[in-house]
Design a protein around this ligand. Sequence first.
Ligand code: SF4
Ligand code: SF4
Length: 115
Amino acid sequence: MMLSSVIRNLFSKPATRPFAPAARTAPQGYRGAVEFEEEVCIYCGACATRCPANAICVDRVAKSLEFDPFKCVQCGACAEACKKGCVQLQIDYQHPVAVRHTVAFHGPPKPTVAP
Ligand code: SF4
Ligand code: SF4
C-alpha cells in the first residue's frame, strides 16, 4: 500500500504550484482588489465605517485616507458604501508582494481664511 503510494507520487505531477509572479486567471467568485479613485474622494469616511476588517482609516479633518490591502477581505462593502463611486473592486490579477505596504492619499489642504 505504502509502496504503491510512493511509486505513484514519484511519477505524478507536484500537488502544489510553484510561487511565481506569472499571471493567473481569477478564480470563480473572486470579487477583486480594492482600488480608490483619489481625485473623486471627499473623505466622508463611509467606506471606513462599513469595512468589517478595519482596513480603511479616514481622517475627515486632515482629509486623508489610508488603506491596508493586507487586512482587506475583499467583501466589497466599501464600494457599496461610497456614494461618490470612487472605490472599485478590480478583477485584474494582483501580483504577490514580499513587503507589506499601505495605500495612502490625501486631499488638498484646507484653504486658509484671510485675516
Ligand atoms: S466612501 Fe468614498 S468618498 Fe467617502 S472616504 Fe471612502 S472612498 Fe472617499
Ligand atoms: S473590500 Fe471589504 S474588507 Fe476590503 S476594504 Fe472594502 S470593506 Fe474593507
